[in-house]
Structures are given as structure tokens and as C-alpha cells.
Design a protein around this ligand. Sequence first.
Ligand code: 6GU
Length: 253
Amino acid sequence: MRFQVLTLFPEALRALAGYSIIGRAIQNGLLSITATDIRRFTTDRHGTADDYQFGGGPGMVLKPEPVFAAVDDALAAVPDAERGATPVVLTSPQGRLLDQSIVDEFAAAPGLIIICGHYAGVDERIRAGLVTHEVSIGDYVLTGGELAALVIIDAVSRFVPGVVGSAENVQEDSITSGLLQHPLYTRPAEFRGMAAPEILRSGNHAEIERWRRRQSLERTRRQRPDLLDAARLTNADRAYLAGLGGNDDDDAA
Ligand code: 6GU
């Protein structure tokens, strides 16, 4: 999977490349992350990538010419057969909220071109003429799109075969499966008066699975009840949730 990031701050993209799971995947040739400075594609001697907005107002707007040139350059590096399937993503607070379904869609692509939005925003012709997907990572404003690009890259990379230990692993992860993760414990069995649940040390795998499932259901109900609507629930899950009482809204079969 090839990630090409177009940004005014290419150094910011190095954050993921050097360590841990993503760093190892790059070393193993499963991923590549290139960060290209949009300023390279400016044509005036000052390297002007942004300008005042027509109509007046605060903040500088990313100019169209260098961004179009940078995307053309990035697309030229994509094999012909893959070009049409390569999303051109703009990071911006106006975008669709990143979620697992967008991550899945991106993970199925041969690569991504990510334009990091910056300053007050980008010239609208960048959206109209280049961008296939506009993505936000949450309802808050960042100073730039670089962290959002890193979030997208990290989340998508986990689904590239070989990046995470086993494919099964990522599919069963919290959120991917539609529920929050159950509590985890490791040694020591007792710490500062807090004991790991006896059941987890019982060796009874059926009982352990049942406990974990119920903990996931309870935690999801408590922390993210909105997720329950879309979660794949069994009849046993629904019965368990109904038995918890509380907010009936989530118990509709
Ligand atoms: Cl993608 N960009 C910026 N600047 N702020 C954000 C964002 C993106 N997502 C949430 N806030």
C-alpha cells in the first residue's frame, strides 16, 4: 500500500515511519509513506502556496496551482491500472467523519493520495477538481491536516495483509466487530488489592468467552450506546442487554 502525502510540513509525516508496527511494515516493503512538500510545486520565487481569500476574511487559503501540480505528480507515480482506484483524500474539519467503513474502503485501494488541508482552508477548486474523499477525524479543529493524515494511514495500514500479526486479529478487534473491547488483565493476579477476575484464570474457555462478550456489551452500552444499533448482536446478546435494565431504547429487537 502506497501512501503519498502532500503537505506544507513533510517532516510531520515521519512520526509513524520509524518504529513499531508501521515502521516494521515499511521495512518489510508492505507499506510506503512518502511526504511531498507542496511548496516544491510553486512557481514564484517566494514559494507562495497560500493567499488571502477573495471577499476578505481571516486566514490564508491554500492555492490551487501547486496542489493540482502536486497531485498530478503523485498520480504519475501510480501505475496506470491503479490510478482510477486511488482515492485522492483531503483532510479537513468539513469532511466525513472517519469511521471503520471509510477505513475499509481505503484499505481496499492500491494506495492513497492525501492532501493535508491547512490554514483557514483550501481553494474550493481543489475539492471540485481533485478530491474524491474529504475526511475529518473528529469534531474539533486541528492546526493542520498532518495529524489527521497520520491517523488515516495508521488505521488503514492495520488492514493491509501482513502488517498486523494475523488478519483474524484485526477483524475481531473492538469497533471492527461493532462492540468495545472487554477488560484485559495480565500478571500479577492481584495488584494493590485489585484482583483479576477468577473466571479468566479458570481455564474454562466457553465461560471466558461468555464473560468477555457480556463485558463488551455492558461497556458498549455504558460508553458508546450509539454503537449498539449497528452492532451484530445475537439473540443471547439482546437478552443479556435487556436483563441489564436501564435505557430501554437500546433493547429493541
Ligand atoms: Cl482532517 N483537519 C483539521 N485541520 N482539523 C480537523 C480535522 C482535519 N479533523 C478534525 N479536525
